[in-house]
Design a protein around this ligand. Structure first.
Ligand code: HEM
Length: 456
């Protein structure tokens, strides 16, 4: 070939590769040039953005319309989780990739541990805990701040395997994770052993079983192919503890903050509680009456709209290519669903920045009110689709009975000299949303209807 022919062929090849590369790039969603805060990554083309985070292709969905397309049409494609060493060492169902092992683990959680019947059987435990916490004004004075578990990527997860291993080793992260895993293992092994011993002595009948008794019984009965090894049982219990604690405590803390920031809401809630809990001599509220507290339920929807504890859900990952909002998303793309932004999407909500539980009372246009169980995609603090949180029925009665108990027995005020306008309502930046400034409130004991003090 003559040199000029070679040059021409090379030129054509370069132009061809350039066009192909840019055509492919053009099919991906837009990417921001700079990104200061994840939660503010809101509205790209069609409500989706594309980021290259180290080796990870990452999609961020941040409008209700894009979330609807995603969960209605591509739930299966995005039902897996990206690999994360820390998650692998510490978790079971929550961070497992999509597949048989995850399916079995989730079945145990949904069918055996968190079914409505099982949750109902824990009612006496909830009542005792609420009574105990209401009696401790000291504890009520300062709503505590739980430990944090970042449910996302660690920086080294964004690196290829070998450098990631070196970083984990050099920063001591590997050792730290191993130490945490070992501490969990010791703690859980002890509890498993003591449960097995008590069971051997005939303690724990089926109606009073806690999670661990249920799992040990399923193992004895050889429940359908669940393969409940010791490790699996411990990992499942760990999943329940980690899934339930920080999410619930953060939601309760934000609920108290919003109620105190909006005294009108506190009065309305206290009126509802007084109306529904007619017998003032009952120290605790019976769970059966919670269903009559429509405003209380609306308050939690509004709290979770504005302060979902996992504002980007838990990262998902695609296993096959998918076309979302007209963009081609390759397999092995990580997905963050920005529920923080979706809860504030002006196309889905009137006055989205206002705390207004009334928006959930009755349905607009006569339809049922928007719910958060994974079918109304403008409100998905528990996620949606295959990966939806299995703990909704477990979390709600705890939250509702705790808030109702705290407001029934106390009026809550800000420390002297502070007004609601001074309350800092900003989240700490990160992948969970604790308050940037911990909440400090002053409880004032209330007098119930028949004149006796709420708590002796
Ligand atoms: C206010 C309370 C709670 C909130 C807001 C919440 C939220 C979430 C979210 C956002 C996810 C990830 C969904 C996704 O990936 O798309 C999740 C998953 C999960 N949650 Fe919850 N959660 C709460 C309480 C609980 C409780 C009480 C339990 C158990 C007792 C629990 C157990 C789990 C488990 C096991 C998963 C993993 C599901 C899977 O990967 O398939 N959660 N939760």
């Amino acid at each position: 070939m003559f040199p000029y022919e070679l040059a021409a062929a090379t030129g054509v090849l370069i132009v061809f590769l350039y066009v192909v590369k840019n055509r492919r790039r053009g099919m991906l969603p837009p990417s921001p040039r700079r990104c200061r805060c994840w939660l503010q990554l809101r509205y790209g083309g069609g409500g989706i953005l594309y980021l290259q985070l180290g080796r990870r292709r990452t999609l961020v969905v941040s409008t209700a319309a894009a979330a609807t397309d995603l969960f209605r049409n591509h739930d299966l494609a995005f039902a897996s989780r990206p690999r994360s060493m820390s998650a692998e060492k510490l978790m079971n169902v929550s961070f497992a990739p999509y597949g048989e092992s995850w399916r079995r683990g989730k079945k145990v959680a949904v069918v055996h541990l968190l079914s409505p019947r099982r949750v109902e059987s824990f009612a006496p435990v909830r009542a005792a805990e609420v009574a105990r916490s209401s009696r401790g004004p000291a504890a009520a004075r300062r709503l505590g701040r739980p430990w944090r578990a970042d449910a996302g990527f660690q920086p080294e997860d964004l690196l290829p395997d070998v450098p990631a291993r070196i970083v984990r080793w050099a920063t001591g992260l590997d050792k730290k994770l191993d130490d945490i895993a070992e501490a969990w293992d010791k703690f859980l092994s002890k509890i498993v052993a003591s449960h097995e011993e008590k069971r051997a002595n005939g303690v724990g009948d089926e109606d009073e079983e806690d999670f661990l008794y249920v799992l040990l019984r399923l193992r004895r009965e050889g429940a359908d192919g669940l393969e409940l090894t010791d490790d699996r049982i411990k990992a499942t219990v760990k999943d329940m503890i980690v899934g339930a604690t920080e999410t619930s405590s953060q939601t309760l803390e934000w609920a108290m903050a919003e109620v105190v920031a909006n005294p009108r809401v506190m009065t309305k809630l206290q009126d509802e509680i007084a109306r529904v809990v007619a017998t003032a001599d009952q120290p605790t509220i019976a769970e059966a009456v919670l269903n009559k507290m429509e405003y209380l339920k609306a308050v939690f929807k509004e709290v979770l709209r504005l302060h979902a504890p996992a504002p980007l859900l838990v990262p998902h990952e695609s296993t096959i290519p998918a076309v979302v909002q007209g963009y081609e998303i390759p397999a092995k793309t990580s997905l963050f669903v920005n529920v923080w932004a979706i809860g504030r999407d002006p196309a889905a909500w009137d006055a989205p920045e206002e705390f207004r539980p009334e928006r959930f009372v009755g349905g607009s246009g006569g339809g049922p009110p928007v719910d958060f169980r994974g079918t109304d995609y403008q409100l998905i603090p528990f996620g949606a689709g295959r990966r939806i949180c299995p703990g909704i029925n477990f979390a709600l009665p705890i939250l509702e009975i705790a808030l109702a108990g705290l407001l029934r027995h106390f009026d809550w005020e800000l420390p002297a000299g502070m007004s609601p306008a001074d309350l800092d309502m900003v989240e700490e930046p990160g992948l969970t949303t604790p308050r940037r400034v911990p909440l400090v409130l002053v409880p004032e004991c209330r007098t119930l209807a028949q004149g006796q003090p709420a708590l002796q």
